[in-house]
Every structure is written in structure tokens, then in C-alpha cells.
Design a binder for this molecule. Sequence first.
Ligand SMILES: [Zn+2]
Length: 323
Amino acid sequence: MKSRVAAFRGSKHFQLKHVTDYVIAAIAIPGTGSLSNAAIIDLGDTTIVVDTFLTLQAASDLKEAAIYLTGKPVSYVVNTHWHSDHISGNQVFLPEARIISTTASHEIMDTFSRQRLSQYKENIEQMKHSIDEQEVDLQQEQDEKLKQELTWDNASDREFVQALPHLVHTVPTITFDQQMVIHGRNGCVQLLTFGGGHTQSDVIVYIPDEKLVVTGDLVLSKHHPVLTNANPQEWLHILEQIEQLGIETIVPGHGNICSLRELREVKDYISDILVLVAEAMQNKQPIDSLEVPDKYQGWSFTTYFKSNLTKVQTLISALEDDQ
Ligand SMILES: [Zn+2]
């Protein structure tokens, strides 16, 4: 498999990484139409792809890589959660593949995501205009690291808008509520959900024989976790359960292949955000004045720091209102 990975023609959207003989990660190249990571799993007689990127161009390259590496069509696609950078390329894998998610993620994709995509399609010209404006605005950014990240975001947004007219909203046709196992000649993969942490419902793809898990956005490596749709307490609880699986290798939703160390960093981050916001609220200090703690200064997705603070403040305020 290593030599197949090396011989792949390559893609501007991702870099293939040989993780084990049966698991190849497609690690996103910043500023392209991938945006998130994906994985290709070769069960010998069955090929599984986990997540399908933000654009059709990126997804087509992923499909080509999967067929090239395994010599077989893709049988199953797993959507770890409903965010568009993990599902937009679904249509590329039809009709050969069946798409799988949890029942709860399917429900959101079939309602909210479907409506949002049709709204996007009606507003393509406006979206192009605001991407042009953002491109001009970001030139003023003095912080070089932030400027680089904004430039990448802008380029990914542009590729998404270019793909929009061709996007056909494609929802999973197989759903499950707790776990599902796919068996193949090389072993099996377990699709597990412990509920919702990063979103209302998150799946991990666990391969016990390889001591490996593909986590979607429950674990990011050296990126600010995204709390926009999160339940932080549940997220921490889910990460504790993943820790119990005895894994050694993690293919995260964003960032490089990592281990339990990065999973624990995500736990620390979420805990730190909860404390920072609670303390600021107690001291009547505006959360806008909070700076990224030193240990997270080098992480990507910097712009999510402020939105994470706001999200947690909203959650705490809602809890207080209930009491
Ligand atoms: Zn996500």
C-alpha cells in the first residue's frame, strides 16, 4: 500500500498519508476545496471512505485516490457529522457507494442542510461579492498568522462557491443510532456514536485491530476546536469514552495524524474555554477582551476562538436563566 500511496498522481486538495496497511488518511491542504480531512479504509473486498470534503473537485480526487489505492469501487461513505466540509462531496460517490450517518445527523442533513444549500444557490452572486470584499479587507490584517488563515479561508470559500451550481444535496441512505459494524476480508470497522459533542450527533470510525480511530471534528490537531454547534460538557464526556478504547493513532478532522496527546489537548482547550468564560462573566469582564491563551497561540482556526467564547457565554447564560 505504501508504494501505491507514493505512486498516486497527487491532488492539490489533500496529501495522502499511509497510516497503516489498510488505512490511508487524506490530509487537507489549506486554502483548497477539501477544508477537512478524509480517510480511505481498505477492508480487502470492501472500500470505505470517511467524509467527503467541501467541494466536488476535492471529492472527485478523493474517489480517484480510493479506487487507485484499493483497486475497487467505494462501497460505503461514512459522514462523521453534518458540517458541509465533511459531506458536500457525497454525490461524487453515487451510485456505487451507500452513504451512512447517524439517524440524528441524517435528520439535520435532510432539513436544515438541504434548506441552507438551496439558499446558498439562490445567492451565489452575493456570496461571490462578499468573498471579493473579504479578499480586499484581509490585506489590511497586520497579524501575519491570522492573515494567512484568512487568505486560506477566502480561497476555500471561493472554490465552494464555484462548485455550488453543480452541488446536488445528497443525504445518507443508511442510518444507525448506536453502532454499526462493516466486516471485510482484512478485518472490520466499527462506526460508533456516543451522542453529540461537536455537533448534535458525531460518529467515530474505530478500527480495533489497528488501534486507530477516525474522529471527525471531535479531535482536531493543533486547530481550535469548533464549538459553534457544540455541547461542550458532552464533548468532554465523549472524548473520555474514546480514551477508553485503547487506541494509539487518531486521524483527526483537521490537522495532521495524531495520538491521544492531541485528544487530551482538545479536552484541555474545551475545559479552559469553559473556565475563562465563567470567570470573565463572574468578574463582569467583557469576553471580547480575552486573548488566546499562550499554549494555543500557534494553533490554526484562530477566528474560532472568539466565536467559541461567545457560544459558551450563550450556553452559560441560558443555564442561569433556567435556574
Ligand atoms: Zn465540523
